[in-house]
Design a protein. Structure first.
Length: 496
């Protein structure tokens, strides 16, 4: 797929999936293909060695630092390295919680969290319902935005008319999903409890920090893959999605031109300079957004104001809270968009023989395009971080986020990611954490929408090439990322 089509795709995806406080990062230079069976194994306690390797690589990808529109992995420091360093070196403020604060906090925790059969924290039925109806609302919103983008960007009067017919029904689905989230998902009650928990954190720093630290349990969370690399278990929710029907995301030739024109000028300069054209006639695929789950991680750590790092720490600042933020780790991946069943139709200047089926989302480099920064994804290391002598590692360098592409600087922690010997794979409760809190997606609502008439067949098919993927070949279209607030940001009114 050529650069102009990628530019249009990124523009449309940003319209559909971005929300206030988030940005999208696209692996356009190096596709990330998976088999549905491997991703399904994330919820199994009997994964093969090959599936364990997939789990390891997935953890490294989604725990890398996203620095802009084009995603790249050039560092061998990961979110878990930074997180564990903060947990073990932070200086905490004094406790100020009253018995009344603690009682309200305990009630809020009991509403949202219970103890699973294995003794680990798990979601209550209330929290499970909240997540299910929240995700159903997100899915309905994404489908609305996708159809809206197609209808408003197309120059085809039939497509525009179809959108006008379908819009009221799609809007009603979004509104119904929101009502269900409010009532069946107990949105107000859950979020009120979350606010109580958040308010209690600053009043009980020692207690809160101890609970967070216990969640990063090396005996449960740290795994070892077949190349002896260690990593904490990282997965996604909801599970059971690969046997379901997914919404369809599509781009036609006229929409590609329209959306590419709407892209920011600086992004157009990088991907599609003046005069660029696209050979893509049509692109479609099925998509599904999922939340990245890290049982060992609490993002609230980075927003809490009751801790600070020692003077001279090379992790200061993690994020300066600017726009765009700068720091050692200014953002992280919170969700991602899977795609499958890709259909790509291109038109060449001369007759061409059809190529094989699509097994991964097409990369920019497939068409010979390399952006100005030429940022390529590095291969995963084959040596466990803990086996590298500390004195041979470079110090951590701050990361600077620039729009639309951000500079990537190599960085590595000055201490081992973990300071314990990994246990054998077979001895680990590999998916202990996930199984206590996994939930299934709500069944999709069947909606009958008016479809535009099929396009007439091209007058000459000899130079029209269509490649078709399958439901089993899964790729990552985009990472949905969130910027950290200013961190650390100790509150001077607390007692230190």
């Amino acid at each position: 797929m050529d650069a102009l089509a990628h530019l249009a795709l990124m523009t449309k995806a940003k319209l559909v999936f971005e929300n206030p406080g988030t940005f999208l990062s696209f692996p356009v230079l190096s596709p990330m293909p998976y088999q549905a069976s491997d991703l399904n194994s994330f919820g199994s306690s009997t994964a093969t060695a090959a599936q364990l390797q997939v789990l390891s690589e997935f953890a490294r990808v989604v725990n890398s630092c996203p620095l802009g529109t084009i995603f790249s992995m050039e560092s061998d420091t990961y979110l878990w390295d930074i997180y564990r360093h903060v947990l073990t070196t932070a200086i905490l403020a004094s406790e100020t919680a009253t018995p009344e604060d603690t009682a309200a906090y305990n009630d809020a925790v009991a509403l949202l969290t219970t103890k699973g059969p294995d003794g680990l924290p798990a979601d209550t039925a209330v929290m499970t319902a909240y997540k299910q109806y929240r995700d159903a609302y997100f899915n309905a919103t994404e489908e609305y935005k996708s159809q809206q983008s197609t209808g408003t960007s197309s120059t085809d009067p039939t497509v525009k008319e179809t959108w006008e017919i379908n819009e009221p029904q799609l809007r009603e689905l979004v509104e119904q999903a929101e009502r269900d989230w409010e009532t069946k998902g107990m949105k107000q009650q859950v979020e009120a409890a979350q606010q109580i928990i958040q308010a209690h954190l600053a009043r009980a720093p020692q207690t809160t920090w101890g609970q967070w630290a216990k969640l990063f349990d090396p005996s449960i969370d740290i795994l070892t893959d077949t190349s002896t690399q260690i990593f904490p278990f990282t997965s996604f929710d909801p599970h059971g999605i690969f046997d379901q029907d997914w919404p369809t995301f599509s781009l036609k030739k006229d929409e590609i031109s329209e959306l590419a024109g709407q892209a920011p000028e600086e992004l157009k300069e990088i991907l599609a300079p003046p005069g660029a054209s696209s050979t893509v006639e049509a692109l479609s695929f099925e998509y599904r957004s999922v939340v990245v789950t890290r049982p060992w991680f609490r993002s609230a750590v980075f927003g809490a104001r009751f801790w600070q790092l020692p003077d001279g720490s090379e992790l200061v600042p993690l994020s300066d809270g600017g726009d765009p933020p700068q720091g050692v780790w200014p953002a992280y991946v919170v969700a991602l968009v899977f795609v499958r069943n890709i259909t790509l139709t291109t038109k060449t200047s001369a007759p061409t023989e059809p190529t094989g089926p699509l097994q991964a989302f097409p990369a920019l480099i497939d068409s010979g395009f390399v952006p100005r920064s030429s940022m390529m994804m590095r291969p995963l290391a084959t040596t466990a971080p803990s086996s590298v002598p500390a004195e041979t590692r470079p110090t951590i360098q701050p990361r600077v986020m620039r729009s639309p592409m951000f500079a990537m600087r190599s960085m590595r922690a000055t201490e081992p990611a973990v300071n314990h010997a990994p246990a054998p794979v077979a001895a680990r409760p590999m998916l202990y954490r996930l199984n206590t809190s996994a939930f299934r997606a709500l069944p999709a609502t069947n909606v009958i929408l008016t479809a535009p008439p099929p396009p007439p067949p091209p007058p000459t098919a000899s130079n029209i090439i269509t490649q078709q993927g399958t439901r089993d070949d899964i790729s990552i279209l985009a990472f949905i990322c969130k910027q950290f607030p200013k961190s650390p940001n100790p509150d001077p009114s607390l007692t230190w």
